[in-house]
Design a binder for this molecule. Structure first.
Ligand code: B12
Ligand code: SF4
Length: 520
């Protein structure tokens, strides 16, 4: 049977990396079936184009996965495919939280033939087998334990995702028109892939707005260090063979949740020579440990994603994230920066203690820290979270099914001390200031004592991150951004060229020097 796994585009801008679930389910598909992948963020297709593609390829089963914010688009695609006679299975966090919506059991239209609830590692092979026999059931769910909870799949053993042979063309981050030029630079930059890898699942913290503790559970399951290290080695080999670049996003919700285990994993990566530039999510409280930060840097860690959420401790208490202390954010970032590791700092506006001016206050604080990549979102009640329940009970949801009329950066409830429109404007202001050409120049200047590679990597990351808020998908948009930042770019190019010439001169002098002879 031919199967397509489809991830809808997120409606704002392109994601910078593919979604792990597609590769994982592909690897878990029983033999005898052919699985292709389309990520709408990387390979945009209209509903009609997808239907034509599915017909032309003779695909009989389509699996669609979606976060809440993409689910309306996922439903439209599913409707078009089902109308064309193709069976659709949906899975992922949103349909797990709202299965009746996908199956049309809530009075609305039906979008999926079947839904896979929760983690699908063990149910996916059953779904494929049932579909091949023409006996697809409506609901697939992991087995239950004695307490009636989903039995979570073990990550030992973990399937081998064949990264070294997978076609990753649709996911290269280098814009097509720059590939020939960049392919000739340094070790080869013609392709650049950010690959998702998980080393564990689950989170015990239970922040109010988050679905993770409910979905993956509050106890953590880890892969073996060996299987993670092998995956890194295979990726490293691929990058070498292609003369391209690969970086890894460890998508664990908190890579350092068990510090002892994380330190051992990082030591194993170092011992095996499996270092690849990596990014991971780690909460600020765990980054107090100097040895951990040393190991992060030595094992290839370049950026740490920190869910800072708010600089106001009252907000942190409101969302049950008291373990993260705004007062120590600056020190944490200094500790990382001393090792040339920088942070993607994530903030949420529209919390109950926020008032107009929250963006300016947050920006002032951010500017007192080493430069990073701040990202700004708004408090969003995702279904089945404690936040959703609290706001629903209080009658505060203005759009209880906000995902069915998804509007980027427009809140679905009114914060206590500001309006929805004010929250939208605060968010816009924060993005505008943080990624302005002036701020980009300041960030690069702050790093003037560092090797040029850090300043270059910082600037390039800034130009990409700007695109999370301001769509910049085509050549024109990119050229505009490059033009706006031309002073900083030119400065770095000039410095890069003189560093390169100096290195060449040194090499020539060394080659011309008489060989050292043994004086005995
Ligand atoms: C990596 C990640 C990202 C990446 C991007 C996604 C990517 N390219 O991988 C980044 C950092 C960009 C990101 C951004 C955001 N993210 Co995010 N992200 C994650 C994270 C940490 C890991 C995702 C992952 O790969 N998990 C591991 C895989 C194996 O799990 P899985 O995807 O759930 O898949 C399993 C099952 O769900 C199921 N399954 C999934 N799909 C399908 C499909 C079929 C057909 C079947 C049968 C089964 C199936 O099978 C899989 C194996 O068991 C999750 C949290 C988490 N731990 O999952 C949050 C999470 C998905 N993100 C979330 C959110 C809210 C966001 C943002 C909206 C945050 C924000 N405010 O900006 C943005 C939006 C991104 C965008 N523009 O689209 C929420 C989604 C909640 C929801 N109900 O939608 C999550 C769950 C975290 C949370 N706080 O609750 N994210
Ligand atoms: S926000 Fe992060 S720390 Fe909090 S429950 Fe979710 S995954 Fe855990």
């Amino acid at each position: 049977m031919k199967i397509l796994l489809y991830n809808p585009d997120n409606g704002v801008t392109r994601n910078f990396m593919p979604h792990l679930w597609m590769f994982l389910l592909q690897a878990l598909t029983p033999p005898g079936h052919e699985v292709s992948l389309v990520d709408g963020n990387a390979r945009a297709m209209t509903e009609d184009e997808l239907v034509r593609f599915v017909r032309a390829e003779g695909i009989e089963l389509v699996g669609i996965g979606a976060m809440t914010r993409m689910v309306a688009r996922a439903y439209r695609v599913a409707d078009a495919l089902r109308a064309a006679g193709v069976r659709v299975v949906m899975g992922g966090p949103h349909v797990t939280e709202c299965p009746d919506e996908a199956l049309g059991r809530d009075g609305g239209p039906r979008h999926a033939d079947a839904v896979a609830l929760g983690e699908a590692d063990e149910t996916w092979p059953l779904i494929v087998a049932d579909a091949a026999r023409g006996e697809l059931k409506e609901v697939y769910q992991p087995e239950r334990d004695a307490k009636g909870l989903d039995r979570k799949p073990s990550l030992q053993p973990y399937p081998e995702i064949p990264w070294e042979t997978l076609a990753l063309d649709q996911f290269s981050l280098v814009p097509g028109f720059l590939r020939p030029l960049l392919g000739r630079m340094g070790g080869g930059w013609g392709t650049f892939h950010v690959v998702p890898i998980e080393t564990g699942r689950g989170c015990p913290y239970g922040c109010e707005f988050c679905t993770v503790t409910g979905f993956f559970g509050d106890s953590i399951r880890f892969r073996t260090n060996e299987s993670v290290v092998n995956e890194l080695l295979r990726l490293k080999e691929r990058a070498r063979r292609e003369r391209g670049q690969v970086a890894v996003f460890f998508i664990d919700d908190n890579l350092a949740i068990n510090i002892k285990r994380t330190k051992q994993l990082l030591r194993d990566i170092i011992d095996a020579g499996a270092q690849i530039p990596w990014v991971a999510q780690i909460s600020a409280n765990l980054l107090r440990d100097e040895e951990l930060v040393d190991l992060i840097a030595a094992s290839g860690g370049k950026w740490v994603f920190i869910g800072m959420e708010s600089i106001d401790p009252a907000n942190m208490a409101d969302v049950n994230k008291n373990f993260s202390k705004p007062g120590e954010y600056g020190a944490v970032l200094e500790r990382l920066a001393r090792r040339n590791v920088y942070a993607i700092t994530s903030f949420i506006f529209g919390m109950d203690n926020d008032t107009p001016g929250v963006a300016e206050r947050t920006l002032k604080e951010i500017n007192s820290w080493p430069p990073g990549l701040p990202v700004f979102g708004q408090l969003t009640p995702f279904p089945a979270t404690p936040l959703y329940e609290r706001l629903e009970k209080a009658g505060r949801l203005t759009r209880p099914k906000h995902w069915l009329d998804f509007a980027p950066f427009v809140m679905a409830h009114t914060p206590l001390h500001m309006t929805i429109e004010e929250a939208r404007l605060e968010t816009r202001h924060a993005w505008e200031v943080s990624y302005s050409p002036e701020r980009n120049a300041e960030a690069v200047e702050y790093l003037r004592d560092k090797h040029i590679q850090y300043r270059l990597s910082h600037l390039v990351s800034r130009l990409f991150f700007r695109g999370i808020y301001f769509p910049q998908m085509g050549k024109r948009a990119w050229l505009k951004v490059i033009y706006q930042n031309r002073k900083t770019i030119n400065g770095l190019i000039r410095e890069g060229a003189s560093t390169w010439r100096a290195a060449r001169r040194r090499q020539k002098q060394l080659a011309a020097a008489p060989p050292m002879t043994d004086a005995r």
